[in-house]
Design a protein around this ligand. Structure first.
Ligand code: 5GP
Length: 241
């Protein structure tokens, strides 16, 4: 379909060219917007610390080329083995505040006494590349991302019960008892927000949970909203009787 020549040019009168002109213009506007369209998927994964979300996310990112992890900014100090730019972008509070003022975050929140935020430009660049972006967020962050990007899919991961969660937190030896208790209390609070999520995966076994989350993500590609573009491209010319 070509762009219509200037209005009134050639043999056709202005009135008869008008609808053509507009439909062509509309077509090109849609086509141009598809280059900047956020065509990827946003997957919000929330879980209490220790429920196994990082292991699930790592397994997914390592096994699927089109899945990427959204590295957040945080004011928390790096734990042993954590790398700047990989696990998080570790920044001081003044830098984080500047980013908040400049509206550089798609969402941000205070979690366990530290600030965490998702860079809007990093997230949207990955979406424009058609990637499935996995965001590891607390519940407030998840809700805020869903409000901003309503097509985002929300998955909650949980251990079979709170006792198992406590056991995992103690066994991983990352935090002191005071921090563990704070994380357990936060877990109880977060569980009250479960109904805001679309999917719940009980992480009894890592392989089963990875399979479950991958299946949920795969199903998103069959959503009507996702396939509407295909429909418009291939079927639009058919006249329904
Ligand atoms: P941790 O300090 O254990 O890495 O993470 C603590 C909590 O912060 C986890 O619940 C994690 O999901 C959440 N979190 C990590 N990054 C972000 C983020 O960018 N935004 C929000 N809202 N929460 C985050």
């Amino acid at each position: 379909m070509a762009i219509a020549p200037a209005l009134g040019a050639g043999g056709c009168g202005f009135k008869s060219r008008l609808p053509d002109y507009f439909s062509d213009l509309f077509y090109w506007l849609i086509k141009m917007s598809s280059f900047t369209k956020l065509s990827g998927n946003i997957i919000i994964i929330s879980a209490p610390s220790g429920a196994g979300k990082s292991s699930i996310i790592n397994a997914l990112v390592c096994s699927c080329n089109d899945m990427v992890y959204s590295t957040s900014y945080t004011t928390r100090l790096p734990r042993k083995g954590e790398e700047h730019g990989k696990n998080y972008f570790f920044v001081v509070e003044s830098e984080f505040r500047k980013m908040v003022e400049k509206k550089e975050f798609a969402e941000w929140a205070k979690v366990h006494d530290n600030y965490y935020g998702t860079s809007k430009v990093l997230l949207e660049n990955m979406l424009k590349m058609g990637k499935t972006v996995l965001l590891e967020l607390d519940v407030q962050g998840g809700v805020n991302i869903k409000r901003r990007y309503p097509v985002a899919c929300m998955i909650f991961i949980m251990t079979p019960d709170l006792k198992t969660l406590e056991k995992r937190l103690v066994e991983r030896k990352k935090d002191c008892m005071k921090t563990i208790n704070m994380r357990l209390n936060n877990a109880k609070k977060e569980l009250r927000s479960l109904e805001k999520y679309e999917y719940l995966v009980i992480n009894k076994n890592l392989n089963d949970s990875v399979y479950a989350v991958r299946t949920i993500i795969k199903s998103l590609n069959y959503k009507i909203q996702k396939n509407n573009g295909y429909f418009v491209k291939h079927w639009e010319k058919i006249k329904w009787c």
